[in-house]
Design a protein around this ligand. Structure first.
Ligand code: PLP
Length: 384
């Protein structure tokens, strides 16, 4: 199977797997325990915190380990609610975990930052509104999970700084695909290991001092997140991240971006009606969100047909209930609701080859030529 759904979950990479297995052997004890084995595990966690802080550019004291980005998002807005925050302004393009957590903890105090049809949050709107009012926090993701469009988080950070407003950045799709340097300047930064080759169920959150914990019931992590730390998971997260930063430093993303662009050119040549979401904007090198030619029950047919041809692709929008709703990202970008059913997401990984992209193109050509027969059985949209 050729896997084009890395934005949902990337397979665990060799370095992470080795680190996880080694950690099971080397660190069997609870890092809070008073004996030497406990101290050894605690030291390994401290080293892991220093590594993550180094990539982000922040203090190791600001890094909290979580079970992933969803928990981290809840922790951010829970903290703000406990701190008595007034309004928070959340980009309309955020992942549902940010939007839902903001609403869960702050209810009516959530205001959406609109987006432009180009694919990015509208910073003119933000600049204008910040002149009038000061929210407690602005939330803007680093890279969008549905279409890969890079969001102007650095510019948003400068605006927020100028007005004394905190910025939270969901970097779940950025970390491991682009260098993390500078993200640590944001007040909150969150990410998740399973998006870049680490195991599922472990992530990180950079927090400011005076953080109110979401999980209570133990003194772990200086009281900022109760619960025994997932030592093997954390060490595997660090191993995967180290591997990605090494690949990025070696310039290995450049050729992958070229393969993606060749795919887009081939797709357009084969199906001239196809449109790529956010094409004019800088995007992740691994992601292509495409509006496919109209076919009844479009996305399910494409997904099932490509699956039969050995290609795992996604529709891109999270759908917890199994009932398809038009993607909120698509709608926020001004997309027509009736076209939302034509959206497919192809997301590659570091191990995806030029031949894989070409096979995907060939599969799409073949599926289209076969007339996209109705699916036998279809599942809900893939998350992520
Ligand atoms: N934020 C973004 C941008 C994502 O793509 C995802 C993936 O689903 C999440 C948050 C949630 O991550 P997790 O699965 O670690 O809770």
């Amino acid at each position: 199977m050729r896997y084009f759904d890395h934005n949902a979950t990337a397979p665990v990479c060799a370095a992470a797997r080795a680190a996880w297995l080694a950690a099971l052997e080397r660190f069997p004890a609870n890092p809070s325990s008073p004996h030497r084995l406990g101290a050894r595990a605690a030291t390994a966690l401290e080293e892991a915190g220093r590594a993550v802080a180094g990539w982000l550019g922040c203090s190791p004291l600001d890094v909290v380990w979580t079970s992933g980005a969803t928990e981290a998002a809840n922790a951010v807005f829970h903290h703000l609610a406990r701190a008595g925050a007034g309004e928070v302004w959340v980009s309309a393009l955020e992942h549902p975990c940010m939007l839902a957590a903001a609403r869960r903890w702050l209810g009516e105090r959530v205001r959406l930052v609109p987006a432009r049809p180009t694919g990015v949050a509208d910073l003119d709107w933000l600049a204008e509104e910040l002149r009038r009012r000061r929210p407690a926090l602005v939330a803007l993701m680093a890279a969008n999970n549905e279409n890969g469009v890079l969001q102007p988080w650095r510019e948003a950070l400068a605006l927020c700084r100028a007005h004394g407003v905190a910025l939270a950045c969901d970097a779940a799709q950025w970390v491991g695909k682009l260098p993390a340097a500078g993200l640590g300047e944001c007040d909150f930064v969150l990410g998740s290991a399973h998006k870049f080759g680490g195991p599922p169920g472990v992530g990180f959150l950079k927090v400011p001092r005076g953080f109110h914990p979401l999980l209570v019931g133990g003194p772990q992590q200086d009281g900022r997140r109760a619960g025994t730390e997932n030592v093997p998971g954390i060490l595997a997260l660090v191993a995967a991240w180290a591997e990605r930063e090494r690949q990025l430093a070696a310039g290995e993303a450049a050729e992958r971006e070229r393969w993606r662009d060749q795919f887009i050119a081939g797709l357009r040549a084969a199906l001239p009606e196809v449109r790529v979401v956010g094409e004019g904007a800088p995007r992740l090198w691994n992601t292509v969100a495409a509006v496919m030619p109209p076919v009844p029950d479009c996305r399910r047919r494409w997904v099932v047909q490509l699956d039969k041809l050995g290609l795992a692709v996604s529709t891109g929008a999270a759908c917890a209930s199994g009932k398809e709703q038009p993607s909120h990202v698509w709608l926020a970008l001004g997309g027509r609701p009736e076209e939302a059913d034509r959206l497919l997401r192809f997301s590659a990984g570091w191990d995806t080859t030029e031949a894989d992209w070409q096979a995907l193109l060939e599969g799409i050509r073949q599926a289209h030529a076969q007339g996209l027969r109705a699916p036998v059985a279809a599942r809900g949209a893939a998350p992520g």
